[in-house]
Ligand binder design. Structure first.
Ligand code: GRF
Length: 216
């Protein structure tokens, strides 16, 4: 089976992109084929160039024709720190092949304007005892598409938005490549996939592997 060609949409520094580039570098099931940015100054572009992956900068991220053309023959499209809304026509073209990672446990703490530091500020203000990362399908509404996988992290006493963001980002870096590889292994099914945590997992920490029973 030809590796699934993965296109990654970015807007920022690209640490999630870097984890994908590293995890898929020698993969037989998926390859990062192109990186598309909403911002010419995004640090993620330099990471792509260092990895020899073609890049595109969108002149108008709200233009569906441009977005669809930039994604080309991608079999799977990943939003990794992408801050723009994907135009409806592009969502329709890549339905169930378009996924996003969000630094909170959706459906809470998501929606328009909910990105970066603001997400973690809201989690801390809510008094929640856990936060985490979510990978979900992208539809016509911000952060509302069917959830594929989630992994929690504890909110610790004395946490600041920065310390919580760092703990969540660590889990994002492990969760996103796992989900991409699993979807690719399955040929990117045209029906929503849900991946459930395995056994008595949900214990985080450096030595704990993210453990999923690949349901279904
Ligand atoms: C990450 O927390 C991601 O969930 C969010 O943007 C942050 C930046 O990620 N959407 P990256 O370093 O640009 O991948």
């Amino acid at each position: 089976m030809r590796p699934v060609r993965v296109a990654v949409l970015v807007s920022g520094g690209g640490t999630n992109l870097q984890m994908l580039l590293d995890a898929l570098a020698d993969s037989e099931v998926a390859r990062v084929a192109r990186v598309v940015s909403s911002d010419a100054a995004a640090g993620a572009l330099e990471r792509a160039r260092r990895a020899g992956v073609p890049t595109t900068v969108l002149a108008d991220p709200s233009d569906a024709t441009q977005v669809i053309a930039s994604l080309g023959d991608a079999g799977l499209v990943v939003l990794a720190g992408y801050l723009k809304q994907v135009p409806p026509a592009a969502v329709a073209r890549f339905r169930l092949r378009l996924i996003n990672i969000h630094p909170a446990l959706l459906p809470a703490f998501g929606g328009p304007g909910m990105y970066g530091r603001r997400v973690h500020e809201r989690v801390l203000a809510s008094g929640a005892a856990i936060s985490g990362a979510t990978v979900h399908y992208v539809d016509e509404e911000y952060d509302r598409g069917p959830i594929i996988a989630q992994w929690p992290v504890p909110v610790r006493p004395g946490d600041t938005p920065e310390t919580l963001a760092a703990r969540v980002l660590d889990v994002e870096h492990r969760l996103l490549p796992l989900v991409v590889l699993e979807l690719a292994k399955r040929g990117v099914p045209r029906a929503p996939v849900r991946l459930s945590a395995g056994g008595s997992a949900f214990v985080t920490g450096d030595d704990v592997a993210l453990d999923f029973d690949w349901g279904g």
